[in-house]
Design a protein around this ligand. Sequence first.
Ligand code: PEP
Ligand code: MG
Length: 571
Amino acid sequence: MVTSTDTSHGSSSDAREPALLHGTPVVPGVAYGPALVARTEVSPDAIAAFDGSALDEEAALTAFDSAVGTVADGFARKAEVASGAAAEVLTASAGLARDKGLRGAVRKHLRSGEDLLASVHAGVEQFVTVFTGMGGLMAERVTDLRDIERRVVAHIVGEPEPGVPTPQTPSVLVAEDLAPADTAGLDPAVVVALVTERGGPTSHTAIIARQLGIPCVVGTAGALAVSAGTPLLVDGTAGTVETHPDESVALERVEADRETRAALATWTGPGHTADGTPVKLLANVADGDSARSASEAPVEGVGLFRTELCFLNRKDEPSVEEQTGIYAQVLGAFDGGRYVVVRTLDAGSDKPVAFATHEGEENPALGVRGLRLSFSNPDLLERQLDAIAAAAVETGTEAWVMAPMVATVAEAADFAEGVRRRGLKAGVMVEVPSAALLAHRMLEVVDFLSIGTNDLTQYTMAADRMATDLAHLTDPWQPAVLQLIAITAEAGRQAGKPVGVCGEAAADPLLACALVGMGVTSLSMAAAAVRPVGARLATVSMDTCEDAAEAALAASDPRAAREAVLALLEG
Ligand code: PEP
Ligand code: MG
């Protein structure tokens, strides 16, 4: 809970000596402002002062109902003014707070004689255990459950509810991590950057910062030790946060960054290095709407159409005709010479699709997900391929088709046969280290490869991509991940076949240059990331990209790799 949030310099207790903190850069850009520190715990003093034993069971339940009602109403109000994913999460949180099961669990503990705060905690923990056991997206809701608990407890003990108050002056928001309820409605005019102590490149904070377009550094050790009001210079490209910087230097850097960003807005593509080597810049899309909006960006097509995202709410498999219509919306947005790489269903693990996912797996990330679903249900894949082929005919757009989660050459060969039979170009994703190590053999049986760096990083480092505690491992700049990318790209060079990157790594302008230097021929990313990547690439020669690749591969850790590439590109 936010118990102390102010930007006054008077409360600062740390030395005025400049210090440099390091984290994981998520959204590029430079910002300068006083720290607005959000503390997320309820004050222990307020909890200690609360006398729960003074309430009988009925009074305690009434206090719980009142607190929960206020918290849920607050979520619902925020949902009304939020949009997209943030609105959905807030509405879900309102429902979760009002859940009858939670109330029942709290009442059970009150009946057994526990006091109100202990009962709330026990009730929430009961849900945490169930959600954690369910894994995937449900496990991610655990953060929201704990957020609900803190808010309810704050009301019960008479403290203000946690949240990020609107600062008086443009400020840098510093937090342990941010829940959706904290970030919904953040105004980029007054919150100029985000810095968190925890969280990784795929955390909620990172997603919100990308949406807001403000510089963001996550997993920043020591961030919470910064006192409110401390002047901070945040560099979302280098992943650094400097305390007490020289003000005139800081303002110059912010201005230089503003000019660079203004120049980016005018970049129109197509992608190439400074000396003219073409690099295809492509968009990642999820459905017809996102495809139509991505088609406005300076891209040569779609490098990743995540088809499973069209079906997350579907109980039953849509017919071939219905699937054809859905895929045709995406393909149709990219007619006129552009192409679309369609990925077959990557259901399972963090993306449960009711009609495809296997229930009750012990370890779904390593289970029957992606292409593996077709082992016991080949018709599911056949029907999807029929629909993709029909959509390609209907729209006249060139469709390439790739399978997710491929581990063996035999899987790649089987898949390619089914795709080519329908007259389409066949490829596979490189997300499993075995596929990277055998890239040269994969390329004997497919037309192209696409490296999914999100999962390739997860499986190489044996680190859950959603685990905020492991953010330092789930970083595509890790040397082992870079080695596997380099092996894959080199295999593509030798075979003379395209090798793209479609994971989040492609959206990092620095890493993008190193990837191109390794031999990657296309980069696919959220449409909003295309201009910064394209503009950066256009300033760097192929020789420098190759030097950047070599320097990144030689570095001993992600930070050293970033620093080495930055020095080369800006040196
Ligand atoms: C990846 O793993 O990098 C990828 C692009 O697939 P997804 O993020 O959908 O798992
Ligand atoms: Mg993946």
